[in-house]
Design a protein around this ligand. Sequence first.
Ligand code: MN
Length: 502
Amino acid sequence: MFVYEEAEIWFVAGSQHLYGPEALEQIKKNIQYVTDYFNKEANLPIKIVLKPLATRPDDIYTLCQEVNYSKKCVGLITWLHTFSPAKMWINGLTHLQKPLLQLHTQFNELVPWGSMDMDFMNLNQTAHGGREFGFIGSRMRLPHSVVTGYWKDKEVHEKIAKWMRVCVAINEEKNMKLVRFGDNMREVAVTEGNKVSAQIKFGYSVNTHAVGDLVAVINSVKEGDISQLIDEYETLYQISPVAQINGEKRQNLIDAARIELGIQQFLKQGNFSGFTTTFEDLHGMAQLPGLAVQRLMAKGYGFAGEGDWKTAALLRTMKVMAKGLPGGTAFMEDYTYDFTKGNELVIGSHMLEVCPSIVDDGVKPLLDIQPLGIGNKADPARLIFSSKPGYAINASLIDIGNRFRLVANALETVKQPNPLPKLPVACAVWKPKPSLDVSAEAWILSGAAHHSVYTQALSMDYFRLYAQLHNIELLVIDEETKISDFRNELRWNEIAYCNPYA
Ligand code: MN
């Protein structure tokens, strides 16, 4: 399901034949050295594969075609070790369909003042060679990324690693299929949107499948598999008395396990990496899938409630980006406020469907079975826990009519200040940046959804890169946000992003 192990980033140095064969041989040695260093020492999430030196337009064109056709290659890094006249790159870059990063580095960290001669200068020209390449990137309006610094520098590695993760996620989106069980929640606006435009822009497809077909799979689950899964629940979670072996709602737990196995099987069979449900269409299901959804999200599936396919897709994408990083990523909704003056808080949750990846290490969630006022089904099983405190981001992707808009709000999650004995749901409690009033006003003005993807694993850099590579609008709400400026940004973006879905 995750592609980090197979993925590759291709790496090429640009040069030309002006400096003679000896210089080109030295460049080959240098870039081989840097490649080996990156793969062994830089702690990058993906392997870097070195490609032959780019010195002629035809070779560059061939390389870019190969980047496009390769299933393993998810992005291209260029290094202008010397000057490489950038008209040579036009044809190749015109056809390049994968992310491009220009690594603006030079082989020597320091200037060798005493020994530097013209041979040295012929070899080490990033300072001006990189700018020539930059011109063609800008002239061609490429969404290319730039990382500047010495190649052994940790900060350089971290920036490359972030870009790599976004490349993997963008590549994954092209293969992503989401299934909707049931349609949109009746009359809800923000969860609607243009699925054709989404597929053109992001690559993922969203299709519906009959709830009855899912129920048939759920009903075919073997009893032995259910018992085995319940054993797993008993190892991983605290089980509430009603759900224990002789508890009065034990059957509900068995039904929940059956639903989980059924949905998982349906997703695997159809090669789906995300899904939506709606409590308005549960025909034939014993209960609303709560526990099942929570556990499938924790395995990396995208999900959102009430038919919200955009949030489900964004969750899956963010899960791919965050794979292996500390901190979880979950479906979320702004639930209710605490307006205590000077300590304003947002309580976030979503009925039963918050991913347990956000729980503190070592904490065992409570698996409980409690009534649910909506859906008109049996009491559903759900995991109850509270999010680990610390930095987080809420992100929402909406269809604003002629384009997609991504909104991301920085948060400080706090320890849940009081128990919620009568609200048996998983939750997170946070202080949004820069303050509750500015954050909520900006979020509302932007039209961002009541649903969001809550992540502890990804910094704002990831959202900036993701939006940049897709050329979609990003509105950041953080410490710097002022409503007057934010309103201007909204106004100006109407012009900046005036091409429909471009
Ligand atoms: Mn909802």
